[in-house]
Design a protein around this ligand. Structure first.
Ligand code: PEP
Length: 248
């Protein structure tokens, strides 16, 4: 059985004081469970996570990483640097990075290889835009994104990857895919994974992301191929985030 994962994506939000309150609130409300819980925070606050969360069951990570290992790449950060701060997760290919930083599927695939090389867990985002959904291209778009990722990964590493299905039109908009819509795409993702390795595909966590909130989480997380959530806005409020964790 797949262990559910709920991961907060703080995006570019927070400060030392608000983070301390948010992390304390989450820590205080986390109950022992089989659900894995993590927060991916702005890079400068990773040391704050390390000092606050070490010894707790709440994991932490980054929202992006360089595809390079080291060298003359001003402004970049390597996976080995994240490892120095005990990060476990890296979100890759978020639609905001694809849209505002021109990240291609090929670059996301390269970053995924780098994250695996250093033993962290990549949470790789895929998903269609509103125009693509409306022109019934969802299956083609997500399948193409998956094929590029899968071409870059050894079959043996498949279960080390987490995929996040995030319909772009649902991110930060308050619009959520219905559980059936999301399940349909998650099943497409799982089928793609199964082409690589049928057995390991069953072990891969596929998260849903896109306006997941306390009031819709339970239904989404009840679907057979939805193995957790990548949570933006609701991850900035400890009560909301914990409610989603409890649903999972
Ligand atoms: C996200 O940014 O990954 C996300 C899912 O955001 P939100 O929950 O705010 O839609």
């Amino acid at each position: 059985m797949r262990r559910k994962l709920v991961c907060g994506n703080w995006k570019m939000n927070g400060n030392l004081v608000s983070n301390a309150a948010l992390l304390a609130g989450i820590k205080a409300g986390l109950e022992p469970s089989n659900c894995e819980v993590a927060v991916c925070v702005p890079a400068v606050y990773i040391p704050q996570c390390q000092s606050t969360l070490t010894g707790s069951t709440l994991g932490w990570g980054a929202q992006d990483i360089s595809a390079h290992t080291a060298g003359a790449y001003t402004g970049e950060m390597s996976v080995s640097m994240l490892r120095d701060f005990s990060c476990k997760y890296v979100i890759l290919g978020h639609s905001e990075r694809r849209a505002y930083h021109g990240e291609s599927d090929a670059l996301v695939a390269l970053k995924m290889q780098r994250v695996l090389q250093f033993g962290l867990t990549p949470i790789v985002c895929v998903g269609e835009s509103l125009a693509e959904r409306e022109s019934e291209q969802t299956k083609a778009v997500v399948s193409a994104q998956m094929e590029i990722l899968l071409a870059a990964i050894d079959a043996a590493d498949l279960a080390k990857v987490v995929i996040a299905y995030e319909p772009v039109w649902a991110i930060g908009t308050g619009k959520t895919a219905t559980p059936e819509m999301a399940q349909g795409v998650h099943a497409i993702v799982r089928a793609k994974l199964a082409h690589k390795n049928g057995e390991l595909a069953q072990a891969v966590r596929i998260l849903y992301g896109g306006s997941m909130k306390p009031d819709n989480a339970r239904e989404l997380l009840a679907m057979p191929d939805i193995d957790g959530g990548l949570v933006g806005g609701a991850a900035l409020n400890s009560a909301d985030f914990l409610a989603i964790v409890h649903s999972a």
